[in-house]
Ligand binder design. Structure first.
Ligand SMILES: [Zn+2]
Length: 292
């Protein structure tokens, strides 16, 4: 049970309720989510013993029924523009191998990108990788506010509630975000199997890079994206601002396309991360001023 009193959704349950006993996202006055839509977030293994919370901002390709696929054909929603292919399954599998809780976003990044500050121009993309998103053109303040209230904030509040669970027990948790990237970009093959994205806190990422390379993995150090990019939100907001040991892990999508691939990479990442997370010295909140 969480400190907020919120009853979190079972992975297979649609009947998530909030402190008022109302279905989350379906409170009176809800104008966006309707019965049949997924919940704004999914939690997995909330009783997990590991001192790390896994999060997956881009786990889902779901679009609220009221938004009618944002005017996109179904084929577009199967592409990486709708979600990080394989990332949700990898997160769920890693939650099991690490015995860690996980929070996964319930809706597509095209509805609202949960890894952006809301005032970031890419939070509501009208064009994504060349595809026009008709349902995001000329979005007014009220339309954005609905997505923020019913999808974005419930997801981020769920992350914070899980982190609070650790803190209430006197523990400092680690925070790890899972993403995936396309094998090709701009016709260039991306050689990295895993990207380790980090900014000021080297505690997990530097060890992770070394240990993965020792295991024969082709690792991108802040590639194909950089953790220093100012647009990132989830790790910066929940992790770095609180001084938690944190990292973003990007996996190449072709490696986690099958259940076997997901299981294989979850095993490897789980083993490497478990070794790193076993160090008690890791779990000290850092003063942001002392970060290198
Ligand atoms: Zn992502």
């Amino acid at each position: 049970m969480l400190a907020t009193g919120r009853v979190l959704q079972n992975k297979n349950s649609k009947s998530q309720t909030d402190v008022h006993g109302d279905p989350v996202g379906l409170r009176s006055g809800s104008a966006l989510l309707v019965p049949g839509d997924p919940a704004p977030y999914e939690t997995v293994n909330t009783g997990g013993a590991a001192r790390v919370l896994l999060v997956c901002d881009h786990a889902s390709r779901a679009i609220p029924a009221t938004l009618a696929n944002l005017g996109l054909p179904d084929a577009a929603l199967d592409r990486h523009i709708a979600c990080d292919l394989g990332a949700g399954d990898l997160t769920r599998s890693l939650a099991q191998s690490l015995d860690a809780p996980a929070v996964l976003a319930g809706f597509s990044r095209l509805v609202v990108d949960c890894n952006r500050a809301l005032d970031d121009p890419t939070a509501f993309l009208a064009v994504s990788d060349g595809d026009i998103v008709p349902g995001n053109r000329d979005l007014d303040v009220a339309a954005k506010a609905l997505r923020e209230q019913e999808i974005y904030w419930p997801y981020h509040q769920a992350i914070e509630a899980q982190l609070d669970e650790y803190r209430l027990n006197g523990l400092t948790p680690a925070l790890i975000a899972i993403h995936s990237f396309t094998p090709f970009y701009d016709r260039q093959a991306r050689p990295w199997e895993i990207g380790v994205l980090w900014d000021k806190d080297p505690r997990i990422p530097v060890q992770l890079i070394h240990r993965l390379r020792d295991s024969g993995v082709v690792v991108g150090d802040n590639k194909p994206y950089s953790g220093k990019h100012p647009a990132d939100f989830t790790i910066d907001h929940h992790g770095e601002e609180a001084g938690l040991p944190c990292v973003s892990i990007e996996i190449r999508q072709d490696l986690v396309r099958s259940a076997e691939g997901v299981a294989q990479w979850a095993r490897l990442l789980g083993k490497v991360l478990a070794d790193i997370l076993a160090d008690d010295d890791l779990y000290r909140p850092r003063d942001r001023e002392n970060l290198i």
